[in-house]
Design a binder for this molecule. Structure first.
Ligand code: FES
Length: 112
């Protein structure tokens, strides 16, 4: 687990990109919970945090509109048809910790 952010610094329902040991991670705060997924869209490698929109438990890629579930990493809509890696999150007080050593959903990491 790496400390990646302060909960109080994260805007609610707005994706934020952080770099964790060289892995781009998209953090999404949902109230007192934080979800963490790989920031790279599985369609054409766009950053999900770059103008991405949060809908319920999903984040929508701003380039072509695929929405990924923040727990399963699965795309709910085309054109993406492959999941993105999801990561374990632990909140300790105001500290947000993420483990990028392995995807919790076994999705492959993008090549770049
Ligand atoms: S790059 Fe994300 S949907 Fe196309």
């Amino acid at each position: 687990m790496r400390n990646v952010a302060k909960l109080s610094d994260l805007p609610d329902t707005e994706p934020v990109r952080v770099d964790v040991d060289g892995v781009p991670v998209c953090l999404v705060r949902l109230g007192e919970q934080v979800k963490a997924v790989h920031d790279t869209c599985s369609h054409q490698q766009w950053s999900l945090a770059d103008d991405g929109m949060v809908w319920g438990n999903g984040v929508e890629c701003s380039l072509h509109g695929s929405t990924f579930d923040l727990d399963s990493g699965e795309p709910a809509s085309l054109p993406a048809n492959q999941p993105i890696p999801t990561f374990a999150v632990q909140i300790d007080g105001d500290e947000v910790n993420v483990d990028v050593s392995a995807a919790t959903n076994d999705a492959p990491f993008p090549d770049h």
